[in-house]
Design a protein around this ligand. Structure first.
Ligand code: C5P
Length: 224
């Protein structure tokens, strides 16, 4: 008998707390973890390094197919692009914005699909992204849509980036986050939407532990 590994899809806009929550829930469940945003960020980073235009569909799709990308299980995880750890480099707003440009392209999304599907292995997968529940793992038995107000998300991002030593200011970040949200929501291919059946959690006024508890409560009654 073939057992299909269960998936918990956690989608939402940037800064909604998806990354922290998804990692914590994956750890608690003992499941694998997919940071799909890091795949788009890695492609954007590789494209910038190669001097590609971010709307050059065929070159980007080719790059997506040849780039060798490995996530390690270290804490924090390493993101190895062709053997080099680029975890710090892909964490910037510049790379995040470039990622949301390349992520608009259908051929790019198709080229990156297989990589994402390969993470679905037993005992299960927590998948963090924009289209995990709506497209990539449409059949996921567990779906969450995590959101928060743009201001709260910008403040969280500000703290994260400052902690990493980046020089950023709040008003600039709010503008960038709203721009990126619009690009992710309004695109034709796999736009950011709340998938059918996804449990909505607004984390604006919730401490992280409470968000983790609510996400766990989506899975626990079924897993027992
Ligand atoms: O989540 P993160 O901020 O790392 O994602 C960077 C960008 O990658 C997003 O703004 C989005 O445009 C794109 N992305 C996507 N689909 C995913 C994950 C990320 O289009 N599943």
């Amino acid at each position: 008998m073939t057992v299909i590994p269960p998936v918990l899809a956690i989608d939402g806009p940037s800064g909604s707390g998806k990354g922290t929550v998804s990692r914590a829930v994956a750890k608690a469940l003992g499941w694998h973890f997919l940071d799909s945003g890091a795949i788009y960020r890695s492609l954007a980073f590789a494209a910038i390094q190669s001097g590609l235009n971010l709307d050059d569909e065929s070159s980007l799709a080719d790059l997506a197919l040849v780039m060798e990308l490995v996530f390690t299980a270290d804490d924090p995880p390493k993101v190895m692009l062709n053997g080099v750890n680029i975890a710090d480099e892909i964490g910037t707003e510049t790379v995040g914005n470039a990622a949301s440009c390349v992520a608009q392209l259908k051929v790019v999304r198709q080229a990156l699909l297989k990589k994402q599907l390969s993470f679905r292995v037993l005992p299960g997968l927590v998948a963090d992204g924009r289209d995990m529940g709506s497209v990539v793992f449409q059949d996921a038995p567990f779906k969450v849509f995590l959101t928060a107000s743009a201001e709260v998300r910008a403040k969280r991002r500000l703290k994260q980036l400052k902690d990493k030593g980046h020089d950023v200011n709040l008003s600039g970040l709010i503008v960038e986050i709203e721009q990126r949200d619009r690009r992710d929501r309004d695109r034709a291919e796999s736009p950011l939407v709340r998938a059918e059946g996804a449990v909505l959690i607004d984390s604006s006024d919730l401490p992280i532990d409470e968000v983790i508890r609510r996400v766990m409560s989506v899975v626990e009654p079924v897993l027992g």
